[in-house]
Design a protein around this ligand. Structure first.
Ligand code: PEP
Length: 258
């Protein structure tokens, strides 16, 4: 039986990574003003994940803006002896409404396993945050033809059983496309997103049909329109191009004419 397509509100999320000092706050405020101004009726959610050091300040500065904030990582536990870590509850209190977990830079630089990513996503959901769960294949895995196996395996092992369309977003980020200027073809993106959607629907039913699936990996103003038009792409996770408000907003505008 053919699946029924659902209207899914897209999300464009900017991941500032380990970038962001006082001088960068102004960029976030430009985004805030656009999101509340000429982009107010664009029909997409817009989010920035600043470094944790700016969360409280940005939260106060954006106030009741439509612009959302997210953490870039969290610990699974609500509190405890974990020096240097941040609990999901802390991010929530500081003004975040979401947190990225399982970014490939965490999986590679910090050896995070899918089980740890799942525990972090559970912690995020417990705290009332949306868990943005990242999955993606390496260059070698794609070259060997294992892309779908790897991505679907990560998905199954990283998503908590209680995930819903409201508390979870999936981000498909081919590791080889992050920060490289390389992107898969739109048909390669579609193949993976359609496979993710099928898997989500099989696991979570109606919620899986409605869960947002973002594409991430070298999204720029000049490729955003084509990438965001791909079937089952419900927004973008943007790294480098989110640091400059004009570039980030140009990506958000891919949803302007829809
Ligand atoms: C990312 O870090 O999630 C990312 C997609 O980075 P970039 O857009 O710079 O490739």
């Amino acid at each position: 039986m053919a699946r029924q397509a659902h209207a899914i509100r897209p999300l464009v999320a900017g991941n500032w990574k380990m970038n962001g000092l006082q001088a960068n706050v102004a960029e976030a405020l430009i985004v805030r003003d656009a999101v509340d101004g000429d982009l107010a009726s664009i029909g997409a959610d817009v989010l920035i994940a600043p470094p944790a050091t700016l969360m409280t300040e940005l939260s106060a500065a954006i106030g009741k803006s439509r612009l959302l904030l997210a953490g870039q990582d969290c610990h699974a536990a609500p509190s405890g002896p974990h020096t240097g870590d941040i609990a999901p509850e802390m991010l929530k209190e500081a003004g975040a409404s979401a947190v990225i977990v399982g970014h490939s830079e965490r999986r590679v630089d910090h050896g995070e396993t899918c089980a740890e990513v799942k525990a972090k996503a559970e912690g995020a959901q417990r705290a009332g945050l949306i868990a943005i769960v990242c999955v993606g294949e390496t260059r070698d895995e794609r070259a060997s033809g294992f892309t779908l196996d790897v991505v679907l395996q990560q998905l199954k092992a990283s998503l908590p059983e209680q995930s819903t369309a409201a508390n979870t977003v999936v981000a498909y980020e081919p590791v080889w496309a992050i920060g490289t200027g390389l992107t898969p073809t739109t048909s390669d993106v579609e193949e993976v997103h359609v496979a993710i959607r099928r898997e989500l629907a099989a696991i979570f039913g109606e919620d899986g049909e409605r869960m947002r699936i973002l594409y991430g990996g070298s999204v720029k103003p000049d490729n955003a329109t084509a990438l965001m038009a791909v079937s089952e792409v419900n927004g973008a996770l943007v790294g480098g191009a989110s640091l400059k408000a004009s570039d980030f907003l140009a990506i958000v505008r891919a949803y302007e004419s829809r």
